[in-house]
Design a protein around this ligand. Structure first.
Ligand code: PPE
Length: 308
């Protein structure tokens, strides 16, 4: 999806005009994928923009940095304040937020620890991730021929730049097949996630999602949806999902900051349930959007207003 430019990008503690936020071509990150990042959204509410899951996203950013031994030169509170300041400065009513921490320019060679750590926060206005109409009609997807990284190959729970080559392979294959997205299995053959989304399966009145051990990113939206499902009285289970459960399911949907709650209407050309957005998916979407757009009380404290 094209980026729509905002005015400034927060770069190592300063606001830099959008077009001037640049790096050297020999920055370590360009060669070896040495970055960690987040994707966060701020929603338009009556009280102005409000960031969804601000602290959980920042916690995950610091966790991702920790496991690749990268020291972020700011505190969590400073990053939170910088995010809010960038939204205010760019005068967004709603936006996507991309904090990115990477190894910059100093020396090359795989060993990263001599390179400076650079910190960026960009914001821009971003619509539906999997195409217009996706949230209502659902998307067509297929099981990927690629697998998620093995648990002893890399760290799926961390949001590390280099790991997104795996995601790129998945989504490029899907688009080449005329599909919106791929569903990736883990190395044991269980359902893992999409290239940039977690996945949920509704089967016989129970809501299933793969456990953290299935090479998934521990999604913030995944946690939100698990909570909403519980609030609505559905039994929820984090457990391994065999591929055939995708075909047996009554409903399947993706969750993610970018994808929000996106129904899946076909998998490998087979209709999911009745082949459109299912009733439980719709109910979860309605509850989700009512809370994040401020039409229902934020009973779990998920929103951080930008102007308070
Ligand atoms: N799995 C992966 C691999 C993933 O990248 C994301 C987010 C999720 C699950 C859902 O996590 P969460 O956003 O915390 O609910 N993907 C982000 C990046 C997408 C992109 O194209 O870039 C996102 O949704 O912002």
């Amino acid at each position: 999806m094209p980026i729509s430019k905002a005015e400034v990008i927060w770069f190592n503690g300063e606001f830099v005009p959008w077009d001037e936020a640049k790096v050297h071509v020999l920055s370590h990150v360009l060669h070896y994928g040495s970055s960690v990042f987040e994707g966060i959204r701020a929603y338009k509410t009556e009280r102005g923009p409000a960031v969804l899951g601000l602290m959980p996203h920042i916690e995950r950013l610091f966790f991702s940095a920790k496991v690749i031994r990268m020291e972020i030169p700011y505190s969590k509170q400073e990053i939170a304040e910088a995010i809010k300041a960038t939204i205010r400065r760019n005068r967004h009513e709603a936006c996507y937020i991309r904090p990115l921490v990477f190894r910059g320019y100093d020396s090359l060679g795989v060993f990263p620890l001599n390179c400076p750590v650079e910190t960026v926060i960009a914001t821009w206005e971003w619509g539906a991730y999997l195409g217009a109409g996706a949230l209502e009609q659902g998307v067509d997807v297929g099981v990927s021929s690629w697998r998620r990284m093995a648990p002893d190959t890399s760290m799926a729970m961390a949001k590390i730049g280099g790991q997104y080559v795996n995601s790129q392979l998945v989504v490029m294959e899907a688009r080449a097949r005329g599909l919106a997205e791929g569903i990736v299995l883990d190395i044991y053959g269980y359902v893992s996630e999409g290239s940039g989304e977690n996945i949920f399966v509704v089967y016989d009145g129970v809501i299933y999602t793969p456990p953290l051990s299935a090479s998934i990113l521990g999604g913030i939206t995944r946690r939100i949806v698990l909570q909403l499902a519980e609030d609505l009285g559905y039994p929820v289970r984090e457990q391994n999902i065999p591929r055939e459960m995708l075909y047996a399911a009554d409903e399947v949907f993706f969750t993610g900051t970018a994808a929000e709650i996106t129904p899946i209407r076909t998998i490998d050309g087979l209709p999911v349930g009745a082949g459109g957005r299912g009733p439980i998916t719709k109910q979860l979407q309605d509850e989700f959007f009512a809370i994040i757009e401020g039409r229902k009380p934020d009973r779990h404290g998920w929103l951080t207003p930008v102007y308070e």
